[in-house]
Write a protein that binds this ligand. Structure first.
Ligand code: NAD
Length: 266
């Protein structure tokens, strides 16, 4: 029987790239997304017979139970990996973020990941020790990003969830991992940082002279994370630089953030 992976935010970007790579390597994949039309288009591009689609708003705890149960049935009764990947960007100074923007970002990026982890546990316990929870955090979870404080706080939360559950679920034989990508070439970069801004995130990254990493590199990193022993997997040169600086020269990183030269800083 094939291994199976359930991926939230599977209709686009990183989630879809992961789905493609795991399906090509023989896995059964479940796409879960709030955007049903995009999900149907995405499923059409994947190997037939190896994919199911599930309408899921990650903010809704009950929908999680229904989607995971349906996926487990489609996958022949076994769910091996849950990729808690759905997320949205939010940038700009905290003072200019609206209450609605702040709540939406917290709810999708953090509450959605927590609900996903909790809902996944009974399913993953059945396939342990072949089971894994894979959370998409971000390089914004390495050092607080000035100019994206709320997004950064959600990704620190996802990082904490990963570390907490890595400890908590060791007794169940379930692996817990995170991905920490920097700037990845996905439709997310076409968004503006917030409702008040009219410059895309992509433009800001390019203006800052930073690299944009192909999405296939994150998919390969996801494969390695699921199969390896590393708790957090960095993807992209900026993520590796940030991790190095946070560990070995935090004072320099703080100085850069205060001067507004940190990646995406204001
Ligand atoms: P994307 O916009 O291409 O895809 C995100 C998907 O999530 C979309 O299909 C969207 O419909 C779905 N989604 C949004 N809200 C949802 C909800 N409530 N329930 C279910 N699905 C929902 O973005 P992406 O770049 O592929 O981002 C995926 C993850 O990677 C996010 O968590 C993001 O924060 C993270 N990330 C992205 C980058 C980057 O540069 N692209 C860098 C670091 C981390």
């Amino acid at each position: 029987m094939a291994y199976s992976i359930f991926i939230t935010g599977g209709a686009s970007g990183i989630g879809l790239a992961m789905a493609r790579l795991f399906a090509e390597r023989g896995w059964f994949v479940g796409l879960a997304d709030i955007d049903e039309a995009a999900m149907a288009r995405a499923a059409d591009t994947l190997p037939p017979g190896r994919v199911s689609t599930h309408r899921l708003d990650v903010r809704d705890r009950e929908q999680w139970d229904e989607a995971l149960t349906a996926f487990e049935n489609s996958a022949g009764g076994q769910l091996h990996v849950v990729a808690n990947n759905a997320g949205i960007p939010l940038g700009g100074d905290l003072a200019e973020n609206s209450t609605a923007e702040i709540e939406r970002c917290l709810d999708i990026n953090l509450k959605g990941a927590i609900f996903g982890a909790q809902a996944s546990l009974p399913f993953l316990r059945r396939t342990a020790p072949d089971a894994c929870l894979l959370n998409t955090a971000s390089a914004a979870g390495i050092y607080g990003t000035s100019g994206a404080s709320v997004y950064s706080a959600t990704k620190f939360g996802v990082r904490a969830l990963t570390e907490s559950l890595d400890g908590e679920w060791a007794a169940h034989g379930i692996r817990v991992r995170s991905l920490m990508p920097a700037f990845i070439d996905t439709p997310l970069l076409a968004h503006t940082p917030n409702a008040r801004s009219n410059e895309s995130i992509r433009q800001r990254v390019l203006n800052a002279g930073l690299e944009i990493t192909p999405v296939t590199e994150v998919a390969e990193a996801a494969w390695q994370a699921v199969h390896g022993d590393r708790l957090h997997t960095l993807v992209g040169a900026t993520a590796r630089r940030m991790a190095f600086a946070a560990r070995w020269m935090p004072a320099r990183l703080r100085k850069m953030a205060r001067a507004g030269t940190q990646p995406l800083g204001r």
